[in-house]
Each structure stands twice: as structure tokens, then as C-alpha cells.
Design a binder for this molecule. Structure first.
Ligand code: SAM
Length: 278
């Protein structure tokens, strides 16, 4: 089993499940979409989660966050269903095990209008194990790095997408890499469409760093950059300049108790965002 490791004072791997409120939508999906008998769900999820955590020790796996189907509470969730039913294509960038895509499909989004991409093909593969839909799920998955402008595999998605969902994703990167990622994502959009949309949720802050200070003081690979609405607009202005596109950001911070048990209850600031082409 993967070892417990500390991450910025946080426990990265938590054995106990959080409160039921945190994972009941995922249990419902595994029951009704995947058809997994109720008493098998927990051991099944634990086994797949440990395999995924052994691939890479993201806290979203170790701390069960991949079970939080927050997407259903995004103010644009109904719009995502309506637009994909009307033929729009949605790409989940940094999809991990693809839980958001299965939820969208379960709620009626046509599977052939869904796509996912992730750096690690193992996560995509484990998603089929988790949801037991390897032979039935019609969403298109492409493994590749959105940080690499020359990634051959990702070219298959260029010019094919109307909506991009990116959750707990941009916050992995520093400012410059977020610009690189945004520029890459823009290439995935169909040419000349109205209402190109990027949306998601990630760690936020009410005090974003000055970009130059962040660059100068970054740790590791330039450190991570967290946003409020104004800094996110600035980011998308930069991305727009580099791609000759224009974007309007709407975003809201929320202060939420982390419902996890080990390592204590902590407050985290999240930002739920919506970026539309203008
Ligand atoms: C913190 S997880 C979030 C997963 C999922 N979106 C969610 O909300 O649970 C970040 C994901 O981004 C993927 N990732 C990291 N760097 C990437 C890159 N350069 N290109 C594509 N995916 C990347 C990771 O493999 C991981 O699955």
C-alpha cells in the first residue's frame, strides 16, 4: 500500500473515508452507472485508489477528493448537459480517473461528445477499472502533457472542443506554466466558435501574489500560483494576447471546511470559475 506522506503540513494519504456527505454522489454513481453492488463499492474504490496513488501521490487521490463530484453543483452544470446534448463537445483537462465525465454521462450528456486528457495514461486506465465501463464508455481519452506544445498525441484534440472543464488543474502550476497551459487549451477549441467556455474549481486565494514577486520567489518549478477573480482575468488576458482571442472571467471564492478526518479539519479557499470567449 502507498505510504502516508506529508504535504505542506497536510496528510497526503488518508486511510479513513471522509464523512458520507463527501462521497455519497460517487457511491450513487458507482451503484447506478457502474452497477457495482453496494457492499462491494468501498473495497473496490479503496483498491483502485491505492493503485492510482502508487502511480502518483496526488492529494486528490490520497485524500479522496476524486470522490467529490462537485461538478454537479457548478452553476453551469445544467448548461454543460444542455450544450453537450445539443452537440457540443466537452473536454476534461487533467481528468485523472475521469469521474466528472462519468457523472456527465450518467446525467445524460452523450458519451461521444465527451473527451478527457491527462498526463498519466495509468489514471485513464484505472478510470475504466473504477467505473467498470472499459467496453462501453464512448468518451475519447488522449494521454499527453498540456505543458508540451509539441505533444503529438494531443494534436488529435486540436480544433475539436466547445467546452473545457479543468478542475484542480491550473493550480498545479506557476504563472508562466498556467499561461502555457491556457495557450495549449485554446488550441483545442473549434475554430471561430461563439461561446468557447473553460470552467472548473481549484484552490484559490483572497490575496494573489504579485506576478513578478511570484516569479522571483517561487519554489521548485516556479511554485504554484493561486487566484482570485482579478488575477484569473489577468491570466486569461495574457492567454488571449498570445492566442489572439479574448476572454471574460467570472469567479467566486468560497471558504469551505475540509471534511477530511486525518490531519484535522482545515479551512480551504476554493475558486469556482467560468471563462467565456468574447
Ligand atoms: C490534482 S489532479 C485533479 C484531477 C481531476 N481534474 C479532479 O478534479 O479530481 C490533477 C491531474 O492533472 C494531471 N496533470 C498534471 N500535469 C499535467 C500535464 N502537464 N498535462 C496533462 N495533465 C496533467 C495529473 O496527472 C492529474 O490527474
Amino acid at each position: 500500500m502507498a505510504s502516508r506522506t506529508e504535504f505542506g503540513g497536510y496528510v497526503k494519504y488518508q486511510h479513513e473515508l471522509p464523512e458520507k456527505a463527501f462521497y455519497e454522489k460517487a457511491w450513487h454513481l458507482l451503484d447506478k452507472y457502474s452497477g457495482i453492488p453496494e457492499d462491494e463499492i468501498e473495497p473496490h474504490v479503496r483498491a483502485v485508489r491505492d493503485k492510482a496513488f502508487a502511480v502518483f501521490n496526488y492529494p486528490c487521490l490520497g485524500r479522496w477528493r476524486f470522490l467529490d463530484l462537485y461538478i454537479t453543483t457548478h452553476p453551469q452544470y445544467q448548461e454543460l448537459l444542455d450544450r453537450t446534448k445539443a452537440g457540443a463537445t466537452l473536454l476534461d483537462a487533467g481528468c485523472c480517473v475521469g469521474q466528472a465525465l462519468r457523472q456527465l454521462a450518467f446525467d445524460g450528456a452523450p458519451q461521444e461528445n465527451l473527451a478527457g486528457t491527462d498526463l498519466r495514461p495509468e489514471f485513464i486506465d484505472l478510470g475504466y477499472d473504477l467505473f467498470r465501463d472499459r467496453d462501453s464508455f464512448k468518451a475519447k481519452f488522449v494521454a499527453g502533457s498540456v505543458l508540451d506544445a509539441d505533444d503529438e498525441a494531443l494534436r488529435a484534440l486540436d480544433g475539436t472542443v466547445d467546452i473545457i472543464h479543468a478542475a484542480s488543474f491550473f493550480h498545479l502550476f506557476g504563472w508562466d506554466d498556467q499561461v502555457t497551459v491556457g495557450v495549449r487549451l485554446v488550441k483545442f477549441f473549434k475554430r471561430g466558435i461563439d461561446n468557447a467556455t473553460v470552467l472548473g474549481r481549484q484552490v484559490g486565494t483572497d490575496k494573489p501574489l504579485d506576478v513578478e514577486e511570484h516569479r522571483a520567489s517561487g519554489t521548485g518549478r516556479q511554485g504554484r500560483y493561486h487566484h482570485n477573480e482579478a488575477s484569473l482575468q489577468k491570466l486569461w488576458d495574457f492567454i488571449g494576447e498570445r492566442t489572439e482571442t479574448r476572454w471574460k472571467v467570472q469567479a467566486e471564492l468560497s471558504y469551505e471546511a475540509d471534511l477530511l478526518v486525518e490531519g484535522g479539519e482545515v479551512e480551504r479557499i476554493l475558486i469556482r470559475y467560468l471563462v467565456r470567449s468574447v
